[in-house]
Design a protein around this ligand. Structure first.
Ligand code: CTP
Ligand code: MG
Length: 232
């Protein structure tokens, strides 16, 4: 059974506030998306890295993609992340990939993911009936705010985790869960699977696996990628 990485890369990066989508911003001599593709392509268990870009994307073809034998670009991005993932899953099915293939959905905007972390996740979930996600336990005290930004309540952090990607599920069940659950409360693949009554497994991720969202994240990502001393 094949294992496929699916990278949604069709967003606008509005919170970044840059002139171009954040996945194409420069980072340590390459673009953000080139780092992400290279990291997933370096995972030996992964048979295919499929990247979902917008139909009107003009930047992908300007990058040098030679040397990536297991890379596929899908020009079927949607209006939301969930729609981009869903369209990508449709394209994979249409290309003949097995309905029970494992799919690891990974944000193109998480360029610091360590291939070893992904390999570990694949081996931990190989026999799992549901699938799972990388996540880290919440470290800070959580405050609920009112409309004036005054603290309304302090929430216990016990048992709370921050979801990361990859999120690993079987192709057709994930597709069906995303289609059935489509709505603003579905912000990741796991939440769609949860809506079907199943409980995805939490796998320890890494604080280095940050999502590049705001300009300062790009600075942090460059420090992480350039560091020879941190164990990613
Ligand atoms: N994404 C996508 N299609 C969309 C929206 C997002 O493929 N319609 C992708 C992004 O390119 C990114 C990942 O989903 O790799 C995570 O989304 P996010 O960090 O929210 O990226 P953007 O939506 O681009 O950023 P923002 O929310 O700040 O506009
Ligand atoms: Mg977004």
């Amino acid at each position: 059974m094949s294992i496929i990485a699916l990278l949604p890369a069709a967003g606008n990066g509005s919170r970044m506030g840059a002139a171009i989508p954040k996945q194409y911003l420069p980072l340590c001599g390459k673009t953000v998306v080139e780092h992400t593709v290279a990291a997933l392509h370096a995972v030996p268990e992964i048979d295919l890295v499929a990247v979902v870009i917008s139909a009107d994307d003009t930047r992908w073809d300007e990058l040098a993609w030679h040397g990536f034998e297991r890379l596929l670009v899908l020009r079927c991005g949607g209006d939301t992340r969930a729609a981009s993932v869903c369209n990508g899953l449709d394209a994979l099915r249409a290309a003949g990939h097995d309905a029970q293939s494992w799919v690891l959905v990974h944000d193109a905007a998480r360029p610091c993911i360590a291939p070893e972390l992904v390999s570990g996740m694949i081996s931990e979930l190989a026999d799992d009936p549901v699938g799972g996600i990388l996540a880290v336990p919440v470290a800070d005290t959580l405050k609920a705010a009112d409309a004036d930004r005054r603290i309304a309540a302090t929430r216990p952090r016990d048992g709370l985790w921050q979801a990361q990607t990859p999120q690993m599920f079987r192709l057709q069940p994930l597709h069906d869960a995303l289609v059935d659950g489509m709505g603003p409360d579905i912000t990741d693949e796991a939440s769609a699977i949860e809506k079907t009554g199943q409980s995805p497994k939490l796998i320890h991720g890494s604080p280095w696996n940050l999502k590049v969202t705001y300009p300062q994240d790009l600075h942090l990502a460059s420090l992480i990628l350039a560091s020879a001393t941190i164990d990613k």
